[in-house]
Write a protein that binds this ligand. Structure first.
Ligand code: SAM
Ligand code: SF4
Length: 428
């Protein structure tokens, strides 16, 4: 049998933010276009990609564990191509090669050309028509790469580079082709989507992009993340309030509830200005759901300062809170200049406090939805139940015999928890 008759399989393991997921989805689409098929079992694949994250030590440890587990596989089948992609890949590729000799390729975030050239050379056969194996009604679309903010704790700008927006016309084409494949909901991605367009010739903003995409027929929903509190404009809030396809869900990381800590983080806003922004958003979009991110145990964070974060969370009552313990990242200014003085047990305690509080808050917010009918886009089936999300990003489960995948359905909420809603299909 010639090499060109042998079927080629790929496996992509992804960890980290939605931008990594978006990069992996894009890579999978390219590989399938070349005739590769997705292999569930990593052992079956002749091309393996680990799309890594190093935003915290815990994520980095998981990548290291995964890399380690591939040593034996590579020894037994040396022809298998192993690629390390994503934020673990810095400019010191020679050092990485030395550390991980069983890895064939090192690819910076989103930069898959070298891998695709190699995949092309090994392609068994070009498919007659291009079909994607995982048809989902939702898709990520990266609208702005990189980040210019350099928050003192964050490694992202060092690994993903400076901000670079994709032109509106290019994004419209991309979304139209997704819609043709059956996608109904897109999530526009960027580390800071609110600064979209400042680097493009006529400086369009995110609101202009919303306006353009809102007119695409058969596209039902537009989501966007992540917003930066210092860059969220009135125009943008008005666009979310007025454009029917733009979902009333905003991810607005605050990170801390104390001004000194915010300053040391280099976030560029105060607690008061953040509170005013939330008030403005809630006034313009009364049904809005807000999500935020918190870092506990930042260098120098006292108990008093931590209590201000707790106070902010109890006052503002977010729908979702992602909380992380501060993890020093080599090369960032916080790691260089600030002493890590909050013991890890104390960080853990603070993290649990935030989680406990949020569980009570979310439980209250969701309980109020009981008896309401909500529009849900059905994304799949798990343990015999259909699941999907509301416009406000609430996860909803329901049971029904018919096939509802990719449909917008109305669900009457019967049961609620802090994390999800259970309901039943409303006919008519
Ligand atoms: N660009 C977004 C923003 O401005 O918040 C989020 C990007 S960041 C990759 C995702 C989250 O990871 C951040 O919101 C922050 O809470 C967390 N994070 C980033 N660096 C961290 C660190 N060194 N230690 C702990 N958490 C960190
Ligand atoms: Fe990291 Fe700050 Fe940029 Fe978000 S805005 S990616 S936290 S540097």
């Amino acid at each position: 049998m010639s090499k060109r008759d042998v079927m080629a399989y790929y496996h992509i393991w992804t960890i980290g933010c939605q931008m990594n997921q978006a990069d992996s989805e894009q890579l999978a689409a390219y590989l399938e276009k070349l005739g590769y098929q997705y292999a569930h079992e990593i052992e079956k694949a002749n091309l393996i990609v680990l799309n890594s994250c190093v935003v915290r030590q815990s994520a980095e440890n998981r990548v290291l564990g995964k890399l380690d587990s591939l040593k034996e596989l590579k020894r037994l089948s040396p022809d298998t191509v192993v690629a390390l992609a994503g934020c673990m890949v810095d400019s010191e590729v020679a050092q990485l090669k030395h550390r991980f000799p069983h890895v064939d390729l090192f690819l910076k975030p989103g930069q898959f050309n070298e891998l695709l050239e190699l995949a092309k050379a090994r392609t068994p056969k070009a498919p007659d028509s291009f079909t994607i194996s995982t048809l989902s009604p939702t898709a990520f679309v990266t609208i702005i790469e990189g980040c210019n903010n350099f928050c003192s704790y964050c490694i992202v700008p060092y690994r993903r580079g400076r901000e670079k927006s994709h032109p509106i016309a290019e994004l419209r084409c991309q979304v139209e082709s997704l819609v043709q494949r059956g996608v109904k909901e897109i999530t526009l991605l960027g580390q800071n989507v609110d600064s979209y367009g400042h680097d493009l010739p006529d400086k369009p903003g995110l609101a202009d992009l919303f306006q353009e995409l809102n007119s695409i027929e058969r596209l039902s929903r537009i989501r966007f993340l992540t917003s930066h509190p210092k860059d969220m404009s009135r125009k943008l809030i008005q666009a979310v309030a007025s454009l029917e396809k733009v979902c009333e869900h905003i991810s607005l990381p605050v990170q801390a509830g104390d001004d000194e800590i915010l300053q040391a983080m280099g976030r560029g806003y105060t607690v008061q200005s953040y509170r005013e922004l939330v008030e403005q958003i809630r006034c313009a979009i009364p049904t809005v759901a807000l999500a935020t991110d918190i870092i506990v145990g930042f260098p120098g964070e006292t108990e008093e300062q931590f209590q201000r974060t707790i106070e902010l969370l109890s006052d503002l009552r977010f729908d979702t809170v992602h909380v992380a313990a501060y993890s020093p990242r080599t090369g960032t200014s916080a790691a260089k200049k600030l002493k890590e003085d909050v013991p890890s047990l104390e960080k853990k305690r603070r993290l649990q406090k935030v989680e406990e509080l949020q569980s009570i808050v979310a439980s209250g917010i969701n309980a109020r939805l009981s008896g309401h009918t909500l529009e849900v886009l059905v994304e799949g089936k798990k343990k015999g139940k259909w699941y999907g999300r509301t416009r406000t990003d609430k996860l909803v489960f329901f049971e029904d015999e018919a096939n509802w995948l990719g449909q917008l359905v109305n669900i009457e909420v019967k049961k609620t928890s802090p994390w999800a809603l259970q309901g039943s299909l409303k006919s008519g």
